[in-house]
Design a protein around this ligand. Structure first.
Ligand SMILES: [Zn+2]
Ligand SMILES: [Zn+2]
Length: 501
């Protein structure tokens, strides 16, 4: 019987990590880090997982709460494959490099989660880039990536094992962003849907209203001579906000817009995958060579002295800098420089985890001890500038989540990636559309219903693994074979492909 074990992301938006066991194979769905934690506390609890028996990790999208723990798996002995889309691979490369430099710069040595060695092993050896709707097979399991519309390369992953189907939503996108929106037609009615519920119970104001408020506040701050700091995720949020600013640039004061750190690199990746964006963006690019994220006001910092000089001058400007939750990186440094001037504004856009500086700012905390990333000193910061929150998010809100689940109509619905109140509220709203609803905690094990259909003949035949093995065995008979030190149940016709590898 397929089984699911929740290792992270149960009743929390933490380090998403699920173990899926099907037909004696063991997979992880994502393996992230909790953005509100540092050190090993940021990792999911993998204490009961036999890492060396894991066959593969399936990555839903690049965000660190879904990928930041994968190099740590290698440190623990993981040598399986890591399946992800090509844009996700390109973005993960950037996010991990940035995470590594934050760990090396700001974390004590003994707390660092992994090194460049493990990171490169995943990127260069274990990663298998694939694309949407290119169904691939792992023995008798078929896997299909569907577009999730959350960030570039994000997927909903469909697992098909005989007539059992399971869909893992990853993070679900909203209709109001620059990416193609998700569709459910070709994956509806699964036996099991594992679905995120970050914004269960919450609906944001309409896209236009939020953007109007954001632009009005930016305009007001700039006209008063202030600087605007937008702490943001380098992936997704950067591009969404650049597009909003570019689309309304003729209504704003003509100031410089500075893009910081890794957002510059992620923008280059987005440039290469404009074909993944929504129809309007694609057409503008294909027919008129218009890039939705770049225009003449955009500036890139070239040196530390340039950054320091910017804060010595009294010029209004917009600074867009990671990390998004002010958990480290350039956004924290700029906050330290701007916090004491009441004319300035920190524009917080989207969800902030409790325990991060961004989360504390939203709660009204104004006094912080922050690390100056340039001279490595701890600085007491009293935030006197304006702090405004604009709910610009790449996540589906309550109504969109309900819409998604009501179209999917799963036999079993497993809700994760949200706090308990959010998930309960979502469960209440979607009751009519799911046979059974489960809200697991971390550590819970869930039987996923129907027993596996294929007869797992526990044959003791010791099968020699050669490219011709399948020719001497009856078709469709499942055999236990030993391959690379592991016992596996395989059909004769699948043995040939393994023997070749
Ligand atoms: Zn995400
Ligand atoms: Zn997430």
């Amino acid at each position: 019987m397929p089984q699911l074990r929740v290792l992270g992301g149960g009743k929390e938006v933490g380090s998403t990590c699920l173990q899926l066991d099907i037909n004696r194979h063991h997979f992880l769905l994502d393996c992230g880090v909790d953005p509100a934690e540092t050190g090993r506390a940021a990792l999911p609890d993998l204490s009961g997982v036999k890492i060396e028996e894991l066959d593969a990790v399936f990555v839903s999208h690049a965000h660190l709460d879904h990928t930041g723990g994968i190099p740590d798996l290698v440190r623990r002995g993981f040598a399986g494959k890591v399946f992800l889309t090509l844009p996700t691979l390109a973005l993960v490369n950037l996010l991990w490099q940035d995470e590594l430099s934050i760990m090396e710069r700001e974390w004590p040595k003994e707390e660092r989660l992994w090194s460049s060695k493990e990171m490169h092993k995943v990127l260069m050896k274990l990663a298998v880039p694939t694309t949407y709707h290119e169904v691939f097979k792992l023995n008798s399991l078929k896997v299909n990536f569907h577009n999730a519309g959350h960030i570039l390369g994000s997927t909903m992953t469909e697992f098909i094992y005989n007539d059992f189907r399971l869909v893992f939503s990853g993070d679900i996108g909203t209709s109001s962003n620059h990416l193609r929106y998700w569709r459910t037609e070709d994956m509806a009615n699964p036996d099991v849907l594992i679905c995120e519920g970050t914004y269960g119970g919450k609906n944001r104001k309409g896209k236009q209203e939020v953007e109007r408020e954001f632009l009005e506040n930016v305009k007001m701050t700039l006209e008063e001579g202030g600087k605007v700091l937008i702490p943001m995720f380098a992936v997704g949020k950067t591009q969404e906000l650049l597009k909003i600013l570019k689309d309304s640039w003729n209504k704003l004061p003509n100031v410089d817009v500075y893009l910081e750190g890794m957002s510059i690199d992620t923008l280059r990746v987005y440039d290469q995958f404009l074909i993944y964006m929504d129809d309007r963006v694609r057409r503008a690019f294909l027919f008129n060579n218009i890039n939705p994220f770049r225009w003449e006001a955009l500036r890139l910092f070239r040196s530390i002295s340039e950054r320091k000089h910017l804060h010595q001058r009294d010029n209004p400007c917009i600074i867009m800098a990671p990390s998004g939750m002010l958990r480290g990186g350039w956004s924290v440094w700029h906050l330290m420089k701007m916090a004491c001037d009441k004319r300035n504004m920190v524009a917080i856009c989207g969800h902030m985890e409790d325990g991060t500086t961004g989360g504390e700012l939203l709660k009204g905390v104004r006094e912080f001890k922050l690390t100056d990333m340039i001279n490595k000193t701890t600085v007491n910061v009293d935030v006197q500038c304006k702090v405004n929150h604009f709910d610009i998010s790449a996540h589906a809100m309550h109504n969109e989540l309900c819409n998604f689940i009501s179209q999917m109509k799963p036999g079993k619905l497993v809700l994760i990636h949200g706090d308990e109140a959010a998930l309960k509220c979502l469960a209440e709203s979607v009751k009519p559309y799911a046979g059974e609803i489960i809200i697991p905690s971390n550590g819970d094990r869930i039987d996923l219903g129907r027993p596996a259909v294929v007869e797992e003949t526990a044959s003791e035949v010791d099968v020699p693994l050669t490219p011709n093995t399948s020719l001497i065995l009856p078709k469709d008979l499942c055999l236990r074979v030993r391959h690379m030190g592991k016992d596996r149940y395989m059909k004769a016709q699948d043995i040939r492909s393994v023997a070749k590898s």
